[in-house]
Design a protein around this ligand. Structure first.
Ligand code: F6P
Length: 463
């Protein structure tokens, strides 16, 4: 096999088996047109070249970071797929003095939304001298006249202290709205750049807005800042707010552990958010070493029999006097007669409505222990929205500021239908279509899940 690295190791048993050839997504970022205006930030860039800490605008951040991954593409080094780096451009598309920007927050809450809003406003106002930034209220509903929401004038003074609170000062809502109505509103407000802060459903909505803008031949850039505490956006190392959310979630695990330890044969059961991806459960459990079992949507489990979860728990309680179980809300849906992707009831964002695994597990664990004649007390904790309605921690706040700066640079350069994200520690532009092309999930064969198994010492499989 001829690869970017030659074929000398192709038959060497000591070399890692190459993965099958991977699909190569199209990482081209659409633009509204050529950038002809000298950026007010250009002087800052004059001396910059790619270094360990900076990627020049003409360079690329590679999609793959292993020899095996790169080799499986079967192309020359220069043709390896890569993302455009984020950052200010020397030339920009929009004349800042004539640019008007709008910001909208959509979907469920996430720590850091206000940090992103404030970061966008500051970068637009201070660095580019954009004179008008408006906030759209209550998600995409704010564009629709029937809802009667006013727009909010966003200035650096207006956003100065908003990041101390959780939530979003603009309000939010779930669900799509007619893209034609949204673009009518953008035209009425003379908006040139729109920032959408939302999850995958909101980004699909943003793609429809960008398509309508293009159909009408308008020059409006649509740039997304992906938001999800579930960390389920692909091609992003970690989504903003995730670290804050799992930190709060880990307090619930700690509480469950203390409760369980304090009663004879105590069991702590903690249910955490995570519809399709168990990242919150895994990270929160790793942050507190007290969890005995972690259950996530990506790894099915059985309850009954000697190899089942219930017998394992009973043995753990016999050995250690107590046990703590952490379950992600999307785990074990098959036990409740559902799959997370079935076509049953859905919310306004199109997400499948889940069955409640927490109370079901509590009942099954209780029944199992009483059938076995073992007295126990189960402490059930569901922190629910408490993990996402808090302000961002300092790490997430920094991350939000950097994402918002990157989003403004991208929009001012005329890039559109893209999101900003961090991939392999570098800030990059990701086409919106790629960011919603699949879901980021915990890999049952990956090292995160391995770390969880090591930490909990639970078996690889239950049942
Ligand atoms: O998608 C993020 C998330 O926090 C999920 O983990 C959770 O299932 C969902 O939002 C709940 O949000 P809401 O009740 O607002 O629909």
């Amino acid at each position: 096999m001829t690869t970017a690295f030659g074929d000398e190791h192709a038959h060497d048993d000591n070399v890692v088996a190459l993965p099958r050839v991977q699909d190569t997504p199209d990482l081209t970022i659409p633009t509204l047109g050529p950038s002809r205006i000298t950026s007010p930030m250009a002087p800052l860039l004059d001396a910059r070249r790619t270094t360990e800490h900076y990627v020049d605008e003409h360079d690329r951040v590679l999609l793959d970071d292993t020899v095996a991954g790169m080799s499986s593409r079967g192309v020359q080094l220069a043709d390896l797929p890569g993302f455009e780096p984020c950052g200010p451009r020397r030339k920009i598309f929009f004349d800042p003095s004539k640019t008007r920007a709008a910001i909208v927050t959509c979907g469920g809450l996430c720590p850091g939304l206000n940090d992103v809003i404030a970061g966008l406003v500051r970068t637009l106002t201070y660095h580019y001298r954009v004179r008008r930034v408006v906030g759209i209220r209550n998600g995409y509903q704010g564009f629709v006249a029937d809802y009667g929401h006013d727009v909010v004038e966003l200035t650096p003074e207006a956003v100065r202290d908003i990041a101390t609170d959780g939530g979003t000062v603009l309000g939010t809502s779930r669900g799509p709205q007619d893209p034609d109505v949204i673009v009518d509103c953008l035209e009425q407000l003379h908006i040139n750049v729109l920032f959408v802060i939302g999850g995958d459903g909101s980004m699909r909505g943003a793609m429809k807005i960008a398509a309508t803008v293009a159909e009408r031949g308008l020059m409006i850039s649509v740039v997304g800042i992906p938001k999800t505490i579930d960390n389920d956006i692909p091609y992003i190392d970690q989504s903003f707010g995730f670290q804050t959310a799992f930190s709060i979630a880990s307090d619930a695990i700690r509480a469950a552990q203390v409760e369980a330890q304090s009663t004879a044969n105590g069991i702590g059961l903690v249910k955490l958010m995570g519809r399709h991806s168990g990242f919150i459960a895994c990270y929160a459990a790793l942050a507190r070493s007290g969890a005995d079992v972690v259950l996530i949507p990506e790894v099915p489990f059985g309850l009954d029999g000697e190899q089942g979860l219930l017998a394992h728990l009973r043995r753990r309680v016999e050995d250690r006097g107590h046990a703590v179980v952490v379950v992600a809300e999307g785990a074990g849906q098959d036990l409740l007669g559902h799959t997370v992707d079935d076509h049953g009831a859905r919310d306004a964002s199109g997400n499948a409505k889940l069955q409640d695994i927490g109370p079901y597990l509590r009942r099954r664990i209780g029944d199992h222990f009483s059938d076995a004649g073992v007295e126990t007390s189960i402490r059930y904790i569901d922190p629910s929205y408490a993990i996402r309605s808090v302000p961002a921690n300092p790490y997430d706040s920094v991350y939000c500021v950097r994402l918002s700066q990157a989003a403004v640079h991208a929009a001012m350069s005329g890039r559109t239908e893209m999101v900003v994200g961090r991939w392999r520690r570098r800030f990059v532009h990701i086409p919106m279509g790629v960011a919603v092309s699949r879901r980021n999930q915990v890999d049952p064969h990956g090292d995160l899940w391995m770390a969880v198994l090591e930490s909990t010492q639970q078996p690889v499989r239950f049942g």
